[in-house]
Design a protein around this ligand. Sequence first.
Ligand SMILES: Cc1cc2nc3c(=O)[nH]c(=O)nc-3n(C[C@H](O)[C@H](O)[C@H](O)COP(=O)(O)O)c2cc1C
Length: 403
Amino acid sequence: MSSVHKLEEMPQPSGPRLLSPFRLRDVSFRNRVVLSPMQVYQATPDGLANDWHLQHLGKFAVGGFGCVVTEGLIVDPVGRATWGDLGIWSDDHIAPLRRITDFVRSAGAVPAAQLHHAGPKAARQRPWEGFGPLTEVEAARGEPAWVPLSSSADRSAPGWHLTREMTLDDIEAVIAAYGAAARRADSAGFDVIDIHAAHGYLLHSFLSPVANRRTDGYGADIDGRMRLLLEIAETLRANWPEGKAIFFRISCVDWRADIEEPFDGWTIEDSCRLTRELHRRGVDLIDCSSGGIRGATSMSGAAAKRTGLKRGFQVPYAAAIRRETGVPTMAVGVILDGAQAEGIIARGEADLVAIGREALFDPHWVLHAARDLGADEDWALWPPSYGWWLAARERIGIAQERG
Ligand SMILES: Cc1cc2nc3c(=O)[nH]c(=O)nc-3n(C[C@H](O)[C@H](O)[C@H](O)COP(=O)(O)O)c2cc1C
């Protein structure tokens, strides 16, 4: 591990705000760039992490990210999106995750766990298998479907599984599952938990009036629809160390693949109200995504084609929540390069930026952004195993020849 930078050894560039440190509670981030949570569908059937996840997440820490967030770790097996999801529903999950957090930390990044329950979007095929509900084909090879849970009995999209409305006992159990998952995330060495309450999954299905048609205390009006999240936030704070940070990822507005936005669903005003309530319960930062209450995901299909072309399309939500509530935010979605990310931080639109698909394309995204912003002329931010050679490559003109 000696070839990898440690946090205290990292030079702190004085230039771009993007590369300036950030602190929440006792957690110090070396810069403002976060690896966005991304499922890779490579877990064992028991939801255990393996070498694939170690190399996958490890390389982003080596690539300069200030914080590396896991894919959604499933808190209860009924909430698995696919049979390839990572889990955190049992103590068996802790040790393989610990290998990852140890490496990520040794490379200077903050290890963060996303906690997840897919709710109505459970029991699906992996993206490259169709991204639809599990069928007889998958059942024949040992990956059968099950009945997903949701705020109300419904189908997330035409042809999807019919969900079962959660009973009060189910709700009590899921709150406890989040608490247990937080304790395991702490044992596994994570410093941040990011609660996935976006994209039409379980917690979003409670928030959004499009999905939640309950008439009891967990529905009916906005206070009822927020209640499950607020109770989960309280449980998390009670089961997660005081010095460690909690993020919530929310869909700041609902939009649907089949109609133009805006439409009458969860709104940015609702998000500000939720943010204040979460913050009161010890949540430190809002991770600002959008959409997904109906259809496969917010990032595929017709709506993504439209919004996916637009740089920074969700940044205004992070800016609005930060401005209206004073609570720190993270911006995500089609943030492509260092200059764009620097602008978001420098203008105060968000405290952190999360990078998803661009990181898959370029695991050294942060180190390249630092070079592009003129903040790492001497390759000092790179691990010396790479940086020494890249500086020499530049001196002898190979880098310039490449253009
Ligand atoms: C392969 C893939 C897997 C994803 N898995 C998750 C996930 O587990 N949890 C989550 O909150 N978002 C997930 N997302 C959404 C990303 O975190 C991110 O919000 C989205 O891709 C937009 O950012 P980008 O334009 O930088 O890719 C996933 C996206 C991709 C491309």
